[in-house]
Design a protein around this ligand. Structure first.
Ligand SMILES: [Mg+2]
Length: 425
């Protein structure tokens, strides 16, 4: 036992698919491990390496997170190094590079995320709360309070870690919840987002439930979004550059940011909507609650949740495209890269659309559509010059390669639908 009561450290890195990989290191060995890193076989994770590669070392970097539900263990995010060189395509390093690029341009970026999740039975087969059956369950007090013991435990944990959580609710699908905490710099947001998923899944299991962030776990219900709120500030003066004398109190700068976010959203859908199932959430038919709450088109409106980008106030924008499967580090990287590109090229986002896109979307004839499936996204991602420029070619190649293998694996899966529809051809 060390003086701070921590007996074990989880030295951890997040791979390209957002899987958190760790070594559990006793406190007696942590000093050496902090200097030399924890060894991993990169090929065994979702990284672009072969079994012949030497040990990849995860070097602890950043804050230490003692687990509020098991205080003798602490989580440490780390950065992978191979042959004494940082692994260029490691998601946390991709994000760090983009934060540094923003700083060179004179900007400090601040973000918050809203990861939604379902609570299922431990087997994952049904909702954990079989009484949660209303057709409009959003904000349902009764269903929220039936999960008070778990939700309050997670909220208390966030308070104890200084995240400044401020609200918890039952979301728009039966069995779905959202918990919000304060915004911060993108690396902190990504570390906390990663830790939040770990914490929600772990505490849900302790309560006999399974928590899932899967984009569309229930075909007829609203899916798990992961909305991002973003603002950009002058790094020196600390002034919020989003506010100005343009429409809805935003600056021309903010509209360039919106332009960049819109224009690059299709190239980056492979990051914001990374799995086969993601495409059942976007472009989806109406759910049993009456709305999907996810975008169909690459458009923006005012304080209007039917568009890809919402303007909730005069100090930030909300991007509603990403889902619960997005890699926390790559999600932040995608937002920063798109915003910087919009600023650099002064991208004009066009006119705001003040329509309910779910009911009246057909009136907007030229609104760009989102990719229909993961393969469409992959094709846009792998040939995008913007992606190569902002994320680095090593990352673009590695992520395209592994996602391509995932798609091929999916295509080899023989589904019941095929049999139903082709047996009698
Ligand atoms: Mg929500």
């Amino acid at each position: 036992m060390t003086e701070n009561g921590i007996k074990y450290y989880l030295i951890s890195f997040t791979d390209l698919f957002g899987v958190v990989r760790s070594k559990l290191v006793p406190a007696t060995a942590i000093d050496d491990m902090k200097k030399e890193g924890a060894g991993f076989a990169g090929f065994a994770a979702h990284l672009d390496m072969t079994p012949a590669h030497p040990d990849m070392l995860a070097m602890p970097s950043g804050s230490i997170y003692p687990l509020p539900w098991k205080s003798e263990v602490a989580w440490i995010p780390s950065d992978p190094v191979l042959n004494e060189k940082e692994v260029d395509h490691a998601p946390r390093l991709v994000l760090k590079r983009l934060i540094a690029r923003a700083k060179v341009m004179g900007y400090k970026i601040m973000t918050g995320v809203e990861p939604e999740f379902f609570l299922l039975s431990l087997s994952g087969d049904e909702l954990s709360d079989t009484s949660d059956i209303k057709s409009k369950p959003c904000y349902d007090q009764q269903a929220l309070m039936r999960r008070y013991d778990l939700i309050s435990e997670i909220s208390d944990a966030m308070i104890s870690m200084g995240w400044e959580p401020y609200q918890n609710d039952h979301e728009d699908a039966n069995g779905q919840f959202e918990m919000n905490w304060g915004f911060s710099d993108p690396l902190t947001t990504a570390d906390r987002h990663t830790f939040f998923k770990f914490m929600v899944k772990s505490l849900a299991e302790n309560h006999g439930f399974k928590a899932t962030f899967m984009p569309k776990p229930m075909p007829k219900l609203t899916g798990n979004g992961c909305h991002v709120h973003l603002s950009i500030w002058d790094d020196k003066s600390g002034q919020n550059l989003m506010t100005g004398d343009g429409e809805l109190g935003l600056s021309k700068f903010a509209y360039n940011v919106i332009g960049g976010l819109l224009e690059n959203s299709k190239s980056l859908a492979l990051i914001t909507n990374p799995v086969v199932n993601s495409y059942k959430r976007i472009n989806a038919p109406r759910t049993s609650s009456g709305a999907t709450w996810s975008p169909n088109t690459v458009t923006y409106g005012g304080n209007n949740r039917t568009h890809m980008i919402r303007i909730p106030g005069d100090n930030r924008v909300e991007i509603r495209l990403a889902d619960g499967a997005s890699n926390p580090y790559l999600l932040q990287a995608a937002m920063i890269a798109s915003a910087l590109d919009g600023i650099e090229r002064q991208v004009n986002p066009g006119e705001r659309i003040d329509l309910d896109m779910y009911a009246e979307g057909y009136k907007v004839k030229d609104a760009p559509k989102l990719p229909l499936n993961m393969l469409d996204s992959l094709r846009l991602f792998e040939k995008s010059e913007f992606v190569g420029n902002y994320f680095g070619e090593e990352f673009q190649k590695a992520y395209s390669k592994l996602k391509g293998e995932e798609w091929d694996d999916y295509m080899r899966y023989f589904s019941e639908w095929e049999k139903t529809n082709a047996l009698d051809v």
